[in-house]
Design a protein around this ligand. Structure first.
Ligand code: AMP
Ligand code: GLY
Length: 424
């Protein structure tokens, strides 16, 4: 079948790499893609939020399935656009409906869903510009640190964790009254701070059945020892050593199953990935967020560990037959280290020539922010390459990633040297 994948990051290169291993995929388009996807598939220069433009390409190229990488087209309703169009309605979109995507598109929607379905989550209250003083009073009832979350999509920057009460009140006003994150912070969720270890759980669902994918841990901060500014993610490890059978059983019975059952009960169509952000407090899993897509760079370690044909899994999702496919997981560990542009996540330069990729043999180089120009691969974003390796354990895998990074170079290249160290 001919497939169109939307997105341009390391996540999309990893998904493309895996889908192309399937004999069910005869042709793959990626829009807009990067230099990595261009080397294995056909990139299309498309605005992925322009659904009419996508429709044109889908009909022109006889595309038979659309797989959505990032959240924006999902929150904007690409699933419903296809479903309600007479020419497109039989072409499956792998991703949730517009309502389902609200699990990521609105923090308040997600909190209400969690509470309604008795899924453990941090206590909260939400406020708008007219209730900002009530919000300040609510902050006074909480202990430091204070967690403020912009309700809408804010490109991963919408969560503030603040130690000082006066500063928390000021930021709350900034978000609600001064629209610090624009429309996204016209509503703010104030949440109880949870002190524990973070873990990401990934689920693929057809809306009725589900498969729990390998767990992963992501390293969000720019600096060593988890210091400095938040980024999209600087590295990842799968599986997470502390996610043992006892914890996974709790996660499945208390969180995954009630989530899928809740979607079904509410009649919310959902055929795609659910990424559940958890904090484990004294051995008990608590949800801090839902995302309606795979994580990046978590995909670059989760997908390489899936042995089952990914296109077959997607077809089963589309046909609501996920219960008929068995999910096979590689027992090896996978790690990835992100190479980023110097300055990221603040200002950085693009267009740097990347050298050494052809010398990497025992790691997989997934491209993130790259482009191809006159036969040369150039950096084209903050996160540039993800170097993924396998090993019998994560220590062995991470060693391979770092050995191979020594062979790669671009001007002002930066990476964290401590990925996985906290798990030892
Ligand atoms: P998010 O943008 O929702 O992924 O949140 C960013 C980060 O904020 C998470 O990865 C956590 O480290 C942290 N965080 C979010 N909610 C809480 C909470 N209730 N307690 C402690 N940390 C949190
Ligand atoms: N790595 C975190 C995310 O994709 O949201």
């Amino acid at each position: 079948m001919t497939i169109l994948l939307l997105g341009s990051g390391g996540r999309e290169h990893a998904l493309a790499w895996k889908m192309l291993q399937s004999d069910k995929c005869s042709k793959l388009f990626v829009a807009p893609g990067n230099a990595g996807t261009a080397s294995i598939a056909t990139n299309l220069n498309l605005n992925i939020l322009d659904f009419e433009a996508i429709k044109k390409v889908v009909l022109q190229e006889n595309i038979e399935m659309v797989v959505v990488g990032p959240e924006d087209p999902l929150v904007l309703g690409i699933y419903d656009f296809f479903k309600n169009d007479t020419d497109l309605k039989n072409i499956p979109v792998i991703g949730p409906s517009k309502v389902g995507a609200q699990l990521e598109g609105s923090k308040e929607f997600a909190k209400q869903f969690l509470v309604k379905h008795n899924i453990p989550t941090a206590g909260y209250n939400s406020f708008t510009a007219t209730t900002v003083e009530k919000g300040c009073q609510f902050l006074e009832t909480l202990q430091s640190p204070y967690v403020l979350k912009a309700d809408g999509l804010a490109a991963g920057k919408g969560v503030l964790i603040i130690q000082d009460l006066a500063e928390a009140k000021e930021e709350l006003r900034n978000m609600l009254v001064n629209q610090k994150f624009g429309q996204a912070s016209s509503k703010v969720v104030i949440e109880e701070f949870l002190d524990g270890i973070e873990l990401s759980c990934f689920v693929l669902t057809d809306g009725k059945n589900y498969k729990i994918l390998p767990t992963a841990k992501d390293y969000k901060r720019i600096g060593e020892g988890d210091s400095g500014l938040n980024t999209g993610g600087m590295g990842a490890v799968s599986p997470v050593p502390f996610a043992d059978a006892i914890l996974m059983e709790k996660i499945e019975t208390r969180i995954v199953r009630p989530t899928i059952d809740g979607l079904k009960k509410e009649g919310i169509e959902y055929k795609g990935f659910v990424f559940i952000g958890l904090i484990i407090v004294k051995g008990e899993p608590i949800v801090i967020e839902y995302n309606v897509r795979m994580g990046d760079p978590e995909t670059e370690v989760v997908i390489p560990r899936i042995k089952t044909d990914l296109v077959e899994l997607f077809q089963a999702v589309a046909n609501e037959k996920l219960d008929t496919v068995s999910l096979e997981i590689d027992s090896r560990s996978a790690t990835t280290v992100m190479l980023v542009s110097g300055g990221y996540p603040e200002e950085y330069e693009k267009g740097k020539a990347i050298t050494g990729i052809e010398n990497i043999t025992d790691s997989i180089v997934f491209h993130a922010g790259t482009k191809q120009e006159n036969g040369q691969v150039l950096s084209n974003g903050g996160r540039v390459l993800a170097i993924t390796s396998y090993g019998d354990n994560f220590q062995e895998a991470i060693k391979k990633s770092y050995q191979n990074i020594d062979k790669l170079h671009f001007d002002k290249m930066y990476f964290r040297t401590d990925i996985g160290l906290d798990l030892l």
